[in-house]
Design a protein around this ligand. Structure first.
Ligand SMILES: [Zn+2]
Length: 292
């Protein structure tokens, strides 16, 4: 690898760490509505309420080197999850870089290259899903403050960067310079409506059958956002999420004896897999189902 490539990998890793640090703020503050995500207040120690110094906020480094996992003032242990979420986000960004751009494009580092736009969309979606998943695990909710804007933003992103999502079979706009963009938009809008209707009906049937709410409205809104971005591919997300979710769910229930397993993280995983490799998965499924 040449110097430029190393630089690009390094900068993307640092970017991922800082986004991860911001996600920690979102995850902590968003469900606690008295705290603002955007207001410029530095994080405080939950025990002694001392404000962290600016250099305590450097992702990963502060935790490991400066603080050694403790509050500098009162010595209370700071949860491992903060550096872990930063690290995870950094690794996801690196993985996406490797998936979306080949070695030549990274070495060339031309930001007008459309592949960078694809990477930007994937990184944005991944970041949103990380925040949603952790909040779902912590509080068993998917906050409206994220899911509602996502429903509007998703078809807009599909329109702006259609290459970021698998292409759909329904192509009402066959001709013209903008046909790919308009097709992605049309698929997104129709699928957002279909996804919410579909999932809401399943939830409704489930609540009738089990006499308690089977699915939160948060899941429905997240699904609408997924449909808005992926078009009809949202159905494959449900398949992947249910498959992985039931496998891991069984293990978790066996270990923890806890009946509740949040579905959000599995939807997030399914969303990433289908967004990145939906067409390949579909081909695989079709090969299995094909008569021999
Ligand atoms: Zn403290």
């Amino acid at each position: 690898m040449d110097v430029v490539s190393y630089m690009v990998w390094f900068v993307v890793a640092i970017l991922g760490l800082f986004i991860g640090s911001f996600l920690n703020v979102v995850i902590y503050r968003l469900p606690r509505e008295c705290l603002s995500v955007w207001k410029q207040t530095r994080s405080r120690c939950p025990r002694c309420s001392v404000q962290l110094r600016w250099f305590d906020n450097i992702p990963l480094l502060s935790y490991v080197v400066l603080l050694r996992g403790r509050c500098f003032n009162c010595g209370k242990r700071i949860s491992m999850r903060y550096p872990l979420i930063e690290l995870f986000t950094g690794l996801v960004f690196l993985a996406l870089l490797g998936i979306d751009l080949d070695a030549d494009r990274i070495a060339w580092f031309d930001l007008t290259d459309p592949a960078w736009r694809v990477f930007a969309v994937h990184a944005l979606v991944a970041s949103t899903l990380i925040a949603l998943s952790v909040i779902d695990i912590d509080h068993r909710i998917l906050p409206d403050a994220i899911t509602k804007p996502a429903i509007v933003l998703a078809p807009a992103l599909a329109f702006l960067v259609p290459a970021a999502v698998p292409s759909s079979f329904w192509r009402p706009f066959a001709m013209g310079e903008w046909s790919a963009n308009l097709n992605a938009l049309a698929n997104g809008v129709v699928s957002a409506a279909a996804a919410s209707g579909f999932l809401w009906s399943i939830g409704w049937l489930g609540s009738k059958a089990f006499r308690k709410p089977a699915m939160g409205l948060g899941d429905v809104k997240l699904f609408a956002g997924m449909g808005g971005l992926l078009g009809p591919w949202f159905l494959l997300v449900l398949v992947v999420a249910s498959f992985v979710g039931s496998l891991i769910g069984l293990v978790v229930m066996a270990i923890r004896k806890d009946r509740y397993v949040p579905f959000g993280p599995f939807l997030a995983f399914g969303m990433m897999v289908v967004m990145l490799r939906g067409e390949a998965i579909w081909k695989l499924v079709m090969t299995w189902l094909a008569p021999r």
